[in-house]
Design a protein around this ligand. Structure first.
Ligand SMILES: NC(=O)c1ccc[n+]([C@@H]2O[C@H](COP(=O)([O-])OP(=O)(O)OC[C@H]3O[C@@H](n4cnc5c(N)ncnc54)[C@H](OP(=O)(O)O)[C@@H]3O)[C@@H](O)[C@H]2O)c1
Length: 320
């Protein structure tokens, strides 16, 4: 069992579910224990990269993770931490907004390091494109953080090929990752690649050429929402469609035929794509994390027909 695919994709653990409630300002020992159990389960299936953001559970995801690190000597050196900055949640009458100014990047990264109780982030992602960002300011902040040893590599999230190039022109360090929502359910990333000459392809809402651009430039494609929030794997779901039910049935059958789980089959569908997609696993439950173990193997054993059958079932329509 390995968390690494033969085309370069790997499983990443998403920490958004750690730290308890988004609405509560505090966390307790139970939240730290839950984080420790999730981290152990993720490491148990070979995951080494942990995905954070300063805003997850309003900073508490980083805080509980920091507590686990402090209680586990040697753990920090065995894993990689990925952080994000750039989103300011609504607070005190100020609406939610984005801020990738030099000052905001420096302040947010320093606060994340404190909460995580670590000296450095292995990767810093710019969380969302801020229309007011000045590439030279991003370059100045990132250059300073790298010179101080606080950030080792830079990536982005929710960005198009054009936005990546625009930023890259000002940077001295290569952009190493782009994290986007990509799953069998949110399949605009692959719909747009097929419907290139049809209006639906543009309506799909995924920037054309971004997948290919990232592959060509060696930028890791990280997929969030990869478990489709449990839509096909047993989450209590208000109104599943016929397409949802058919997709869930196909995943269950693939799992049974291949001695794996529906979760691994779902992630395997993403990992079979030759772009080498790295799914970010967002469950905080150890048993659900463990169920993702066979994703790389599922990708290898999934046939072209099985891959297309899953896609057509989930899209609820035959290929054009
Ligand atoms: N860059 C960005 O803009 C961005 C945006 C969103 C997320 N992310 C990252 O991506 C990670 C994953 O995102 P995500 O959490 O939206 O997507 P996900 O991995 O598809 O879904 C995980 C969520 O679905 C629930 N779930 C999954 N299977 C379930 C089932 N069978 N029954 C009940 N609930 C089930 C999990 O609950 P349990 O915890 O109870 O298992 C968890 O809340 C996050 O942790 C974060 O690191 C990044």
């Amino acid at each position: 069992m390995t968390a690494q695919n033969n085309n370069g994709g790997r499983l990443i653990y998403g920490c958004m579910g750690l730290g308890g409630d988004w609405d509560s300002p505090d966390y307790g020992p139970g939240d730290v224990d839950a984080a420790a159990a999730a981290i152990e389960a993720a490491r148990g299936i070979g995951i080494t990269l942990f995905d954070h953001a300063d805003i997850y559970t309003r900073g508490k995801a980083e805080s509980v993770f920091g507590d686990v690190l402090a209680a586990s000597p040697g753990l920090r050196e065995q894993i990689q931490l990925q952080g994000k900055c750039g989103i300011s949640l609504a607070e005190g009458g100020v609406p939610g907004h984005y801020n990738l100014s030099r000052e905001a990047i420096l302040e947010r990264v320093n606060a994340s390091l404190q909460r995580l109780r670590t000296d450095y982030l292995d990767i810093l992602l710019l969380h969302r494109p801020d229309p007011l960002l000045e590439p030279s300011e991003v370059a100045a902040a990132v250059g300073q953080l790298m010179a101080e040893g606080k950030v080792r590599a830079l990536g982005v999230s929710n960005m198009s090929a054009a936005q990546i190039d625009y930023l890259q022109d000002a940077l001295e360090t290569p952009i190493v990752a782009n994290q986007l929502e990509m799953s069998l359910h949110k399949a605009a990333w692959v719909e747009s690649s097929v419907l290139v000459n049809r209006q639906e392809g543009f309506d799909a809402g995924f920037p054309h050429g971004t997948i290919e651009h990232c592959v060509r430039k060696g930028i890791e494609l990280q997929a969030y929402g990869s478990l489709a929030q449990g839509r096909y794997t047993g989450a209590p779901y208000a109104s599943p469609t016929a397409a949802d039910r058919e997709t869930a049935g196909l995943l269950a059958r693939f799992a049974e035929d291949n001695g794996t789980t529906p979760e691994a089959a779902l992630l395997g569908w993403l990992m079979k794509h030759p772009a080498g997609i790295s799914p970010v696993v967002g469950s905080s439950r150890p048993e659900r994390i463990a169920a993702c173990a066979g994703a790389a193997e599922a990708a290898t054993s999934m046939s072209r027909i099985e891959w297309y059958s899953l896609w057509t079932a989930a899209r609820g329509a035959a290929m054009p």
